[in-house]
Design a protein around this ligand. Structure first.
Ligand SMILES: Nc1ncnc2c1ncn2[C@@H]1O[C@H](COP(=O)(O)OP(=O)(O)OP(=O)(O)O)[C@@H](O)[C@H]1O
Ligand SMILES: [Mg+2]
Length: 222
């Protein structure tokens, strides 16, 4: 085992069951991410990228295999313990954003800071400014464009200054100028020591990442 890892997956498989049907979304995947790495995860639609991110981020548990986050065995933790670990360690940008429709942009971004007991509207406003949404603080999510929602989700992922950032297609809805801006923000964070794992089809991002993980049909291709 590599003790220098911030996230480690050992022989991880994930099956989804739908009635009598089983989807083998991940098949015996082993992967170790070291602190300060910037990893791009690439692969076709349906290859298992979101499943991998959900397991790395401890939003979901594997069917088989081990996950070690920040030196801690995930399967030994209770749901509450895992939630605490996740909140302090990980910022997550979801592929479908998952913004809360009844909360304003500013409230959506500050929400995770309430969960850790450090409410910060000030930082939320700064992050929104940083992603170019300083003029949208009091809009509701359904009053935003897709790219704006994506940038709110990115701002929210950073509110608790997580040491690990997991981003699932963070530039999928952005034009090249905004994608470039997000890429620069992620690179800056990485230079400051944040470990970044990003699922992306954006070739500019892939080219600039030091490490590329290619998933095909639930397996890591080497
Ligand atoms: N909750 C679920 N129940 C059943 N099958 C699922 C579930 N989630 C994902 N799958 C299946 O698992 C496989 C991997 O899905 P996943 O979402 O990880 O792919 P992906 O690589 O993220 O694709 P995309 O690029 O389209 O986002 C797919 O075949 C998908 O249909
Ligand atoms: Mg996906």
């Amino acid at each position: 085992m590599n003790n220098g890892s911030v996230i480690e997956l050992e022989n991880v498989s994930k099956d989804y069951r739908r009635g009598s049907e089983t989807v083998h979304a991940l098949r015996d995947v082993s992967l170790a991410v070291t602190p300060g790495e910037y990893v791009a995860v690439v692969g076709h639609s349906g290859s298992g990228k979101t499943t991998l991110m959900n397991i790395m981020g401890c939003l979901d548990r594997p069917s088989r295999g081990r996950v070690i986050l920040d030196g801690q065995e995930v399967h030994e933790k209770t749901e509450a313990g895992l939630t605490r670990l996740r909140r302090s360690a990980i910022g997550f940008v979801f592929q479908q954003f998952f913004l809360i429709p009844t909360l304003s942009v500013l409230e959506n971004v500050s929400l995770p800071s309430l969960f850790v007991g450090k409410p910060s509207n000030g930082r939320a406003g700064e992050l929104l400014e940083m992603v170019g949404l300083g003029n949208r603080l009091h809009h509701l999510p359904n009053q935003l464009s897709g790219g704006e929602m994506q940038r709110v989700a990115i701002a929210r992922s950073l509110i608790n200054a997580p040491p690990i950032l997991l981003a699932d297609e963070p530039t999928g809805n952005l034009d090249s100028r905004n994608a470039d801006m997000i890429m620069k923000i992620f690179e800056q964070l990485n230079q400051e020591g944040v470990t970044v794992v990003v699922v992306t089809h954006n070739q500019d991002i892939v080219k600039r990442c030091r490490r590329k993980v290619h998933i095909e049909d639930g397996r890591i291709e080497t």
